[in-house]
Design a protein around this ligand. Structure first.
Ligand code: C2E
Ligand code: CA
Ligand code: CA
Ligand code: CA
Length: 275
C-alpha cells in the first residue's frame, strides 16, 4: 500500500511538474511573442439597436503562436498577468486599437479591455493619454472596459485612476455585469458610462425567466442612472428580440459578427453605413 501510495505521489508530482514546465515555456514564448509580432488585435462590432449601425468595436487580443496556431485570450491573459507581461501587452493593445479606430468613421468608437493589474504601478493614465495623442483619436471615442475586480481594491486607489481616465475624456464601461459578488453595489462607487450585461445571462434567453428578469432590471437601471446598456454574446434572433424589447441600447455577438482582423472590421463598418 505504501509502495502504491508513493508511486501515485510520484506520478502526480511528475504531472504537476510537466504542467509547470509547460506554463513556464508558454510564458517565455509569450514574452517573445510581442517582439516577434505574433500578437494581433481582432475587433468585434457593437450594434446600436435604434438604427442597426455600428456604434463601437471591441478590441480582442489574439496570439498566433508558431507551431501552435491561434491561442485565445482565456488561455494567455492569465499567464500574461502571472508573468508580469500584461502591462506591456495592454499598452500595445491601447496603441494598436486607437490607431485603427482613428481610421474608422467618427461615429464608431473602440472599446479596450483593461486588466486590474494595469491599475498597479501608476503608468496607465499616461499610457492612455499617449495612445490617444499618438493616434489622434478623440478621447470620447475610446471606451475602457473594466470588471468588478478593479473596484475590489480596498484602498480605493483604482477609483482615483478611473476618475483620471474619465478626466481625459474617455468612457468607462463596466464589463461582465452581474457575475461578481456585489454588482449593484459597485454601481454606486463610480458613475459608469455604460454597463455590459454578461454573456451568461444572454445565453439563457429567451426561455429562462430569471435571465429575462435580470435583463429587464439592468435595462431599467441603465435608464434611471443614465448609463448606456449593452448585451454581449447575442447568437440568435430570439436573444436579440429580448434585448430590443427591454430597450437595451446596443448588442454584440456572433449573430452580427465574430471578432475580425482590422481589414475585415473596416469592411463590416462600411457595410453598415447609410447608403
Ligand atoms: P470579454 O471582455 O467578456 O470579451 C467578450 C468575449 O466573448 C470575447 O472572447 C468574444 O470573442 C466572445 N464572444 C463575443 N460574442 C460571442 C458570442 O456570440 N458567443 C460566444 N460564445 N462568445 C462570444 P475572447 O476574444 O476569447 O476574449 C476572452 C476574454 O479575454 C475577454 O472577455 C477579456 O476578458 C479578455 N481579453 C481579450 N482581449 C483582451 C485584452 O486586450 N486585454 C485584456 N486585459 N483582456 C482581454
Ligand atoms: Ca470586454
Ligand atoms: Ca464581457
Ligand atoms: Ca468575460
Amino acid at each position: 500500500a505504501k509502495q502504491a501510495g508513493r508511486g501515485t505521489f510520484r506520478v502526480f508530482d511528475e504531472a504537476t511538474d510537466i504542467h509547470l514546465q509547460s506554463r513556464q515555456k508558454m510564458k517565455a514564448a509569450l514574452r517573445a511573442a510581442l517582439g516577434l509580432g505574433e500578437l494581433s488585435v481582432f475587433y468585434q462590432p457593437l450594434i446600436g439597436l435604434r438604427d442597426g449601425r455600428v456604434t463601437a468595436c471591441e478590441a480582442l487580443m489574439r496570439w498566433h503562436r508558431k507551431g501552435a496556431g491561434w491561442i485565445t485570450p482565456d488561455q494567455f491573459i492569465p499567464l500574461a498577468e502571472e508573468a508580469g507581461l500584461i502591462g506591456d501587452m495592454g499598452e500595445w493593445v491601447l496603441h494598436e486599437a486607437c490607431a485603427q479606430a482613428a481610421r474608422w468613421p467618427d461615429s464608431v468608437s473602440v472599446a479596450v479591455n483593461l486588466s486590474p493589474l494595469q491599475f498597479h504601478g501608476g503608468a496607465l493614465v499616461d499610457q492612455v493619454a499617449t495612445a490617444l495623442r499618438a493616434s489622434g483619436l478623440p478621447p470620447e471615442r475610446l471606451q475602457l472596459e473594466i470588471t468588478e475586480s478593479v473596484l475590489l481594491d480596498p484602498t480605493d486607489r483604482n477609483i482615483g485612476v478611473l476618475q483620471d481616465l474619465r478626466a481625459l475624456g474617455t468612457k468607462i464601461v463596466m464589463d461582465d455585469f452581474g457575475t461578481g459578488y456585489s454588482s449593484l453595489g459597485y454601481l454606486r462607487s463610480f458613475p459608469f458610462d455604460k454597463i455590459k450585461v454578461d454573456r451568461s445571462f444572454i445565453r439563457d434567453l429567451p426561455d429562462a425567466r430569471e435571465a429575462l428578469a435580470i435583463l429587464k432590471a439592468v435595462a431599467g437601471l441603465g435608464r434611471s442612472l443614465e448609463m448606456r446598456t449593452t448585451v454581449e454574446g447575442v447568437e440568435t434572433q430570439a436573444q436579440l428580440d429580448c434585448a430590443i424589447a427591454e430597450g437595451v441600447d446596443e448588442a454584440q455577438g456572433y449573430f452580427f459578427s465574430r471578432p475580425l482582423p482590422a481589414p475585415g472590421i473596416a469592411s463590416f463598418i462600411s457595410g453598415c453605413l447609410p447608403k
